[in-house]
Design a binder for this molecule. Structure first.
Ligand code: MTE
Length: 309
């Protein structure tokens, strides 16, 4: 469990509740925000309440499902394998470098970073490009707070993230066949990175993030397909030019740099109109921007989303 020692600045530590209690709160969640910060700073609930009424409830995916059905190619392409192969992964000691077009380059020890910036709880929908989805109560720090801390230069237009490269801990990184190119990289435009929804997650369900979910720190961008949410990040680099994106480089016709959840733009090999929530048999409609249009649609004003998918 999270303790004051682990996350001394968690807001608020007594609001971090076990899974059972979350389940009892389901009725409340039907009215709750798509992005909730329990106590404290920004509340998106007013924005999303109307939409939740119109659409559907935010029924949390179980802890068991979130932590045993994973995409983490550094371990394996098999979704059940990461939770088994990650048992000996070491998320501490861990450093996160922030470099490139910043006022001050910093290498944080992860625990030092969590003392500096208060953690918050956010309940977000998560939609994988493959067509499954979940609802996750993340604990994390806003990426914008980290970027404001280091200070941007006038040239910082894009943000690039990189996953740890360590074949001793990530078995698939040591294999020369199949899989994808490592280290895994992802990128955001600076306005996407600064959006209040964009989170660096360090926990879920009030517990520290498990290695299979990207411990100790991973990105969560709830209006984009899940592959943008890069795991086990070791560096964040601010750049002037558009940054790299592993899946986009590997198969640009199938995976765009933007990767905004969009039910009207199909993947070349399957429809994106519907999704199957983990733990459910029946599919449901996929929402534009995964239901976060009010918060993010303005970022793409005038952009042809069929061309820039
Ligand atoms: N990050 C790294 N480093 N390696 C990966 O294979 N998979 C991505 C994303 N981040 C991936 C990654 C994909 S495709 C998805 S859908 C999500 O992680 C899955 O996150 P989860 O396993 O926590 O559900």
């Amino acid at each position: 469990m999270l303790t004051r020692q682990n996350y001394p600045n968690l807001i608020p530590s007594n609001q971090i509740t076990p899974e059972g209690v979350y389940k009892e709160r389901r009725e409340l969640m039907k009215l709750a925000a798509s992005a909730v910060v329990l106590a404290g700073t920004p509340l998106f609930s007013a924005l999303s309440y109307e939409r939740e009424k119109e659409s559907r409830s935010l029924e949390l995916t179980s802890y068991d499902q979130i932590t045993t059905y994973n995409n983490f190619y550094e371990f394996s392409t098999d979704k059940e394998a990461p939770s088994k192969l990650a048992k000996h992964f070491k998320p501490r000691a861990w450093t996160l470098r922030i470099e490139g077009e910043v006022q001050k380059k910093v290498t944080f020890d992860i625990d030092q970073l969590l003392k500096l910036i208060p953690s918050e709880e956010r309940i977000y929908r998560f939609r994988c490009v493959e067509g499954w989805s979940m609802v996750v109560p993340w604990v994390g720090i806003p990426l914008a707070s980290v970027l404001k801390y280091v200070g941007l230069t006038s040239k910082s237009k894009y943000v690039e993230f990189e996953t740890l490269f360590d074949p001793k801990q990530f078995p698939a990184q040591g294999q020369s066949f199949g899989s994808i190119a490592f280290p895994y990289r992802e990128g955001l435009r600076i306005d996407e990175a600064m959006n209040p929804l964009t989170l660096l997650a360090v926990g879920l369900y009030g517990k520290e993030l498990l290695p299979q979910n990207g411990a100790p720190i991973r990105l969560v961008v709830p209006w984009k397909y899940g592959f943008k949410s890069i795991k086990s990040i070791v560096s964040i680099t601010l750049k002037e030019k558009q940054t790299r994106s592993t899946w986009n480089e590997m198969a640009p016709k199938e995976y765009g740099f933007f990767a905004n959840v969009n039910p009207t733009v199909d993947h070349p090999r399957w429809s994106q109109a519907r999704e199957r929530p983990l733990g459910h048999f029946f599919k449901q409609d996929t929402l534009m921007f995964n239901g976060y249009g009010k918060e993010v649609a303005s970022l793409y004003k005038g952009v042809d989303l069929k061309k820039f998918y």
